[in-house]
Design a protein around this ligand. Sequence first.
Ligand code: 5GP
Ligand code: MN
Length: 352
Amino acid sequence: MFSKIIAQEKINKVADLIDKADKAVIVTHVSPDGDAIGSSLGLYHYLQDSGMEATVIVPNEFPYFLKWMKGAKDVLIHEKYPDFAAQLIADADMIFCLDFNVLSRIKAVGDLVKESKAKKVLIDHHPDPADFCDVTISHPEISSTSELIFRLICRMGDFEQMSKDSAESIYTGMMTDTGAFTYNSNSPEIYYIIGQLLLKGIDKDYIYSKVYHSYTADRYRMMGHTLSERMKIYENYGAALIWLNKDDQIKYHSQKGDTEGFANLPLSISGITFSVFLRQDTEKDMIKISLRSQGTFPCNTFAAQCFNGGGHLNASGGEFYGSLAEAIELFENTLDEYAELLITNKNNLDKR
Ligand code: 5GP
Ligand code: MN
């Protein structure tokens, strides 16, 4: 067994709401990642199997390496079908908000959720959840929302009922939010849960291969270009910056998901403990920022201060409205402000 992380009272409330509801909508954050889609589909299969009419709605398209998942083709993309999505949200008697902490993270879907009369349940692992749901299950100490979905289903007494499809989705989210269990994954209970998922018949090697061995050659060419032509190292700070402009991405036929994992790359360099990736958006006039750190350096504080963002301590993101050159300048100036924290963090890690 695992410890009872989610309060019993919240488990009871969610079970009661599910009992009373017929139509559920599950929403997750913009540019959905493996945990967003994994947790949503994990819950989706469970609700469907319980006899509920459930739909997953995402603000925009998600990466091709998640499309193999069972139920992925039924995920409704709000950007493509705004009226249908609005109708489903208006008709729902229950809404699950997964893997995000504030309504702005679901873009235009946020207003629809806010206006809906449905009972709302937040299940998430980002710090500082906003108060917009009837039940808020927020556990930043847990490495993925998918793990929380597993815990919820089990605590409602339904492990036996959990299908292989649900288990596969949950495993995918747990795997992707921990870089295939290479960070944020020291809790022994993660491995107990994996054991339980394997008992459901999932093939973890197949899942790994579906997610991480599905890339195009162009992605790797673009990665090579980024590391050779678009990387700057700030050795004293143990920091690195990489960036891609629009033309770079056009040249390598970049598709959604092709830059997944880029932000982590500089952390593989000895002595680098803070890495930032700036990507000029190819559609909107903005720069998307991804920040990663090792140790105690707070990426989320840095992201909030200069890039209107947030996220976790070691992995966060943000947006910048301006040119790439301006974003780089802002980054470098802010880096100087964080000099002491960066150097202390680097020294602590060097000593280990
Ligand atoms: P990624 O770099 O993979 O896009 O995101 C890493 C983490 O930062 C995720 O946990 C994600 O939820 C969070 N994040 C990414 N972009 C934003 C953003 O624009 N605003 C906020 N608040 N969080 C973000
Ligand atoms: Mn997550």
